[in-house]
Design a protein around this ligand. Sequence first.
Ligand code: PEP
Ligand code: MN
Length: 357
Amino acid sequence: MFKKLEKLNRPYLIAGPCSVETKEQLFECAKSLVETGKIDVFRAGIWKPRTRPGNFEGTDIQGLIWLSEVREKYKIPVITEVATPKHVEKVLTANIDMLWIGARTTSNPFSVNEIAQALKGVDIPIFVKNPTNPDLQLWIGAIERLENVNIKQIAAIHRGFFPYEPTTLRNIPKWEIVIELKTLMPDLLIFCDPSHISGSTEKIAEISQYALDIMMDGLMIEVHPEPSKAKTDAKQQLSPLEYSSIIDNLSYRNQFEDTIPSNLEKWRLQIDSIDFQLLELLGQRHEISKKIAAEKKILNYAPFQIERWKTIIKTRQEYACKLGLSEEYVSKLLQIIHKESINIQNQQMVEAKNKII
Ligand code: PEP
Ligand code: MN
């Protein structure tokens, strides 16, 4: 059963357990998901090399056999992860419909090349997860390696990036990278994996909605019949019931049609005008920074003056607060503006010094 990878007029839904554990677990999961009617493709990991050795590492060929039985019984396309050419060979023999390349594998061009070679002449959808570090070029590189062997159906999956410091999320989403990828490759379908971003069940709804709000094309969500007993990623797997309710509560908003509603058109024009005014003002600020740099040079003052910086932050935040802008937003913005101003001043000081020497 071959399912084409295509843009739907609703989120494309991939769901299923993190790992194939037992035949019962797999069939129960598939049955309840198919019964929800909210699934396009059933996912399950066969090989689970864990961060540290000594844990459950997957079910290999046995799992693949169960997965292809699920496919036959429930008439649903299935997808699993491949990390080596051997995996590709086994998966193709088992008639698995689609494959994904995991985050750790995408990070390694040697591995992606080997997988791409093993996929030569194959025409099934291949999903490429983002690499573990936020390197868009590496992500695009993996996609290009597949394109180079003539793979036609490719999609990307955003599963967040590894944060070294503990955060409330398991992997940090970088939506700006997703938007950049969409801009560079407009025909590429991009999915979101809120399960690996969240690392727990609480944030899955919110992250899924965010993904749909930036027009991502689909979701890949981990679902387990008894999440607390899962052998991998127990904290982040949803029960089928929880999954169903999250999907029911998502809103899928439209891209603009050919004609943009008149109010939006009007506000967009206003935003355009304001953006150009902001740029004009930044240009003026830039010129003044240059004058300050020249003066500081004469007076032999350092470009960065801590007291001045504190006053800038304090007064601007107070002002911004009255306008309903958050302190965090304004302070980030000011940091960028102020850094640029210091750079200009530093640059001029260096140039002036070079001239003297
Ligand atoms: C998975 O989807 O189960 C998985 C291992 O994902 P990732 O490669 O994103 O860590
Ligand atoms: Mn997982």
